[in-house]
Design a binder for this molecule. Structure first.
Ligand code: ZN
Length: 423
């Protein structure tokens, strides 16, 4: 094994050990706190709901641990230093000759191997874990249809990007990675722009929030915050799961706030207004553009390193590839290598996300009732069986949202009056 291969394997194993250790810590922490509801939630989360959340979390952790070993461990090593990529590249060449068809076959071959390995885990999660805890609404037909649509979408969107990057590698010399970065930025911007209107509707039905008392109440809030009312939709989330949620998406004229129908059914009008105010806070503080800017900066730094590494014969040799490697094989090698070296940035991404959640909560507390948001969060955690007692380190690394207790304490501080809905 050459130096590149050794460094890669060492990082891959370290990443694997780190992920598994965090999962183990998380499982232990949740189990240790299974029998006692934290004080702040004692009034809204009954002990049996708390125990159910602990058992649900444990099942999810087990599945994640096995998947991590199989996909991020075994499959990654087989494809990379195990010669899987070299075999795919050689087979593509033997079947298709030189040219773009070969490059596409190699890249999509690696993507397909990863998707195929994850498929049993997705099915297990949906039809075992979610079903066992009473959340699953996905029929096998919906599952298969989602899969087919996902593949079609990946091919339709991925093909032009792969072709563009392959062309840059051959046509623009040592600075290809700058062009590839520009292509990646453009691709992401297009994706964010078309997602709400063209992609999300392939999977769900979106209906504008219907007229009535709730709508007029919300329109008053939207007017206060300067948001277009057409951007407000209810999604048939109940088609797949009884989990409730809300999210914001897109930018410019395409921006939307989406409520799951399951959420609208369970919350009071005041709570819905507070959740909406939180989502509006994400727009008001420019969270999508800021998150994109950070991602683009990281991608630029990473591609610069790859631009240098790609010229080293030892890089191709690490994967058993000929030198110079075919552009498709080079791209596929980057796709395998990237997650192993970018995982140390995960805590940073989570940190930025949690900071944005606090900002959105502050906005909500200012424009709606903070206590309504507190009670909405309580219901969300309870009905989604989300754990109230995550392992602090696991939470620090992965959680895009602050732990419920911290978030609620923060909201309480923001509330003008010390009302007590849940305590
Ligand atoms: Zn949020």
């Amino acid at each position: 094994m050459n130096t590149f291969a050794s460094v890669f394997v060492a990082f891959a194993l370290a990443a694997l050990a780190w992920r598994l250790w965090l999962l183990l810590r998380h499982a232990r922490h949740v189990a240790a706190h299974r029998d006692r509801v934290p004080d702040a939630f004692a009034a809204i989360v009954p002990p049996e709901a708390h125990r159910k959340a602990a058992d649900y979390t444990r099942d999810k952790i087990r599945t994640a641990a096995v998947e991590t070993v199989c996909v991020d461990g075994v499959l990654l090593l087989v494809l990379s230093v195990g010669g899987g990529l070299a075999w795919l590249d050689a087979t593509s060449r033997a079947q298709l000759g030189d040219g773009y068809a070969r490059e596409l076959a190699t890249v999509f071959g690696v993507i397909a191997a990863g998707a195929l390995a994850s498929l049993p885990f997705d099915a297990w999660r949906t039809f075992r874990v979610e079903a066992r805890h009473g959340f699953n609404q996905t029929t096998p037909a919906t599952f298969v249809a989602d899969l087919a649509k996902g593949i079609a979408l990946a091919v339709a969107l991925g093909t032009p990007l792969v072709l563009a990057v392959c062309w840059f590698i051959t046509a623009t010399g040592a600075w290809w990675w700058v062009w590839a970065w520009i292509a990646w930025v453009a691709f992401t911007m297009v994706l964010v722009a078309i997602f709400p209107r063209w992609i999300a509707p392939l999977f769900n039905r979106f209906t504008p929030l219907e007229e009535g008392e709730l709508r007029s109440r919300i329109e008053a809030l939207l007017a206060r915050c300067g948001f277009r009312a057409e951007g407000l939709y209810v999604m048939d989330g109940s088609k797949r799961s009884s989990h409730g949620n809300a999210y914001f998406t897109g930018f410019g004229r395409a921006k939307r706030i989406v409520f799951f129908d399951t959420l609208v059914q369970r919350l009071t009008q005041g709570e819905i207004e507070a959740v909406l105010a939180h989502e509006l806070g994400h727009f008001a503080r420019g969270h999508i553009p800021r998150l994109l800017a950070v991602r683009f900066a990281l991608a630029f730094a990473f591609l610069a390193v790859l631009g240098w590494v790609a010229r080293e014969p030892a890089f191709a040799a690490a994967f058993g590839l000929p030198y110079p490697p075919a552009t498709g094989a080079l791209l596929a090698a980057f796709m395998l290598v990237a997650p192993v070296f970018t995982f140390p940035f995960q805590p940073l991404a989570s940190l930025i996300s949690r900071k944005q959640e606090f900002e959105a909560d502050e906005f909500a507390a200012h424009h709606a009732n903070a206590e309504d948001l507190v009670s909405a969060l309580g219901k969300l955690y309870r009905d989604n069986a989300a754990t109230l007692t995550p392992d602090p380190l696991h939470s620090l690394v992965y959680d895009s949202h602050p732990p419920a207790a911290i978030r609620i304490a923060h909201l309480r501080q923001l509330a003008d009056r010390p009302a007590s809905v849940v305590a």
